[in-house]
Design a protein around this ligand. Structure first.
Ligand SMILES: [Zn+2]
Length: 417
């Protein structure tokens, strides 16, 4: 088999195209493949698809293709133009190429795979020998392509979460499909408008199709949900992990104060609470076995933090009920005790939970949490860390869609997008 035929086979080049010659430039580790076509071939108008004879050729164009045995490989061809009576002169589409750009569809596909694998543009760029802008361009086009292809559908379980972007000063709001574990939308800030703009863009059918939406006890999100989602008061489920986080913070406040007091008092108990922070914050079953004895011992000593911890741990049972009535009864008992605990931080959280109880016990109807969103969040954190932060919020958003959007990202050759 001659090398031209070999490449024709490898590249999947079909009539009327054929490989005219292959040049190997050993010094540059590069293969140049020149393509040509049968002179009598007819071509489709890029607009209407009607076939017609050749009008003329564009200047020669080049496309980077998949490497051949680690040699960078380029296709070269002059692309035919046709003159359509209706649409004028236009360049026909070449089967290996994308409408824009300097990569073949297969190479662009490969770049997408490498971007996924490395997690960063700079990682992919180093492996593939392309520029950062080219790598970024592929990612950006892939996301635009995926979003264009996306069909509006009903999402039954939504999760809304905030994500700090650049050291706590600015946020993005991440809306996800809990069942599919995909990011549906990323909006600037964490205001009502951040979520409202997304919900406002949904159809009536999609809005009515939302069965439940999990979120933090964050009033701007709640407000946006109530403005847009029918019966939202009934469908919002405050995320149990966020609720337990509030309880954990209450325990920690009690611990810090008590720790200060013990230290100030001096004596044998001065260092009793040193290094115990995480012991109090983990769920009991997550405390490493070797530390459990220590925890029990501390709890038995009736320290204030031990009591706060017990209120936190007992609250967790709230999510074990499957009927709202029982959950309410449980909470009412828990609340009555917690409010008499003489532990201000615990009482504060108890009051907050009481005022929002409707959307806490809604968990019995819709047992959803932002656990999935939290999983996506850690993926997003990884994206952020690997890119050493993003200079630009739009870049950050694009990377989230690329890695977590569940989008169909691959190009289809010759005009398919
Ligand atoms: Zn035409």
């Amino acid at each position: 088999m001659r090398d031209t035929e070999l490449y024709q086979q490898i590249l999947g080049i079909n009539t009327p195209w054929n490989v005219e010659r292959v040049e190997l430039v050993i010094a540059d580790k590069r293969v140049d493949i020149h393509l040509t076509h049968k002179p009598e071939a007819t071509w489709a108008c890029p607009t209407c698809g009607k076939t017609m004879p050749l009008y003329d050729h564009s200047d020669q164009r080049s496309w980077r293709h998949l490497d051949t045995c680690q040699f960078q490989t380029f296709l070269h061809a002059s692309v035919p133009r046709v003159e359509c009576t209706e649409h004028g002169v236009g360049q026909v589409s070449a089967p290996w190429a994308l409408p824009h750009g300097r990569f073949t569809a297969l190479f662009e596909r490969w770049i997408i795979d490498v971007l996924h694998e490395t997690g960063t543009v700079s990682g992919a760029v180093a492996l593939l020998g392309i520029t950062w802008d080219e790598g970024w361009g592929v990612m950006d086009r892939a996301v635009k392509r995926g979003q264009k292809r996306k069909v509006a559908k009903v999402i039954e379980h939504l999760g809304v979460d905030e994500k700090a972007f650049r050291k706590g000063h600015s946020y993005v709001t991440v809306v996800c499909d809990i069942d599919k574990a995909t990011v549906e939308h990323v909006a600037d800030d964490r205001t009502s408008q951040s979520l409202g703009a997304y919900l406002g863009g949904l159809s009536q059918k999609q809005l009515w199709g939302i069965k439940a939406i999990a979120m933090d006890m964050w009033d701007p999100y709640f407000k946006a949900a109530c403005e847009h989602i029918p019966l939202a008061e009934f469908r919002v489920v405050f995320d149990r992990f966020h609720i337990m986080k509030h309880m954990g913070e209450a325990v920690d406040k009690v611990r810090r104060q008590e720790h200060r007091e013990l230290k100030a008092a001096g004596g044998k108990d001065a260092e009793k609470l040193t290094g115990t922070r995480y012991l109090w914050l983990s769920g009991e079953e997550n405390v490493p076995p070797e530390k459990r004895a220590r925890l029990r011992e501390l709890v038995r000593e009736v320290l204030r933090v031990g009591r706060a911890w017990a209120w936190k741990e007992s609250l967790r049972d709230l999510w074990s009920y499957t009927t709202e009535g029982w959950a309410r009864r449980f909470f009412s008992d828990w609340y009555a005790g917690a409010i008499r605990s003489r532990l201000e931080p615990v009482k504060k959280v108890a009051r907050m939970l009481k005022s929002r109880l409707e959307n806490i016990v809604s968990y019995c109807r819709y047992p959803i949490t932002n656990g999935v969103a939290e999983g996506l969040n850690s993926k997003i954190m990884t994206i952020k860390r690997k890119a050493c932060g993003f200079a630009n919020r739009e870049h950050f958003k694009t990377a989230i869609y690329f890695h977590c959007g569940g989008l169909s990202l691959y190009p289809e050759p010759s005009g398919g997008g």
